[in-house]
Design a protein around this ligand. Sequence first.
Ligand code: MN
Length: 149
Amino acid sequence: MPLEEYNKKRNFEKTPEPKGEESVSKQGNTFVIQRHHASHLHYDLRLEMDGVLKSWAVPKEPPVKEGIKRLAVQTEDHPLEYASFEGEIARGEYGAGTVEIWDNGSYELEERRKDKILFRLNGNKMKGNFALIRLKNNPRNWLFFRRKG
Ligand code: MN
């Protein structure tokens, strides 16, 4: 149940977020970055993989240019429907605050390993080659940066 953690954290009577249901289609290549003004402003990078949105919270503005390295903390998988979600999560609820789409589009996966994901983003702000490299200190911590090209 890849979306179990997502569903457990939320009360769908109280949040406008979509309920987590796994998609039958596993072929999509959507990416989205949501600006999430919660208790701490951060950006949520999501890549469609295995019928869900693999997700990372990036505490600072995403690396639009080469030479910027950002910590990206892997969070629970989100349902595909979340890629179009924008709205207000009420006070007291998980992730309370404002969610808006900061950038989105399609992506091309170049390499995917346990500790390394190479991909090309075709967004408006994020256009080019990127990498996620898992850090050794904590399996949830990755480095997110732009590569050449
Ligand atoms: Mn978030």
